[in-house]
Design a protein around this ligand. Sequence first.
Ligand code: ATP
Length: 219
Amino acid sequence: MRLIGLMGGTFDPIHFGHLRMAQELADALSADEVRFIPAAHPPLKASVTAANHRAEMVRLAIADNPKFRLDTRELERDGLSYTIDSLISLRKELGEEVALCLFMGSDAFLGLTSWQRWQSLLDYCHIVVAHRPNFSMKAENLQGPLKELWQQHAVSSCSELANKAAGGILMQAITALDISATQIRTAFKQQGSSRYLLPQNVIDYILMQRLYDTPGRKP
Ligand code: ATP
């Protein structure tokens, strides 16, 4: 069975935390490809940079990786960008004979019960949770509905995801990179350096488009 990783996010901007997570999870799972799916209108984030810029930054960041692919389905849809809708359309497009693995950091997983129709996500995909610095997640500390979800769906190895299309949750350790898009946006606003936190071609694009300039600041 083919295995496709799915990296959803705001990517405002994409950084090495995202890229390294995608690479390590793809390697661990022997994924055939990883699709980066920028959220056009993220339901849980107040104000974000225009979606076309965020998608372009993803395109630039992944251009040299043959396994990484930009998927713009959420930009082509009106209304809020719910992951469940993307999963339904991906399943329709790719059929049942492919394992879909939704990659997310532990911060995202800990907030999963605020996602639209979160109880249905595992009907369409597996969830692979990567450790993110400052969001420590131990299975025994999970609470309430998330704990129940974990107890019903947890698997302990990558190979258990490979021969089923959906329905498993795996926690996978990755190299901890304490990088966030918030930190990068702040650095640009304060004219600090973001070098080595994200690809240089994305930095060049941000500067050229003046994406994170403080309004009114002289060039
Ligand atoms: P912001 O700071 O604007 O909230 P962010 O850096 O958290 O953004 P998102 O685009 O919101 O980035 O994250 C997309 C996905 O990538 C989420 O599942 C998130 O958990 C994960 N992620 C982001 N940064 C890291 C990181 N440094 N390590 C592991 N996972 C990460």
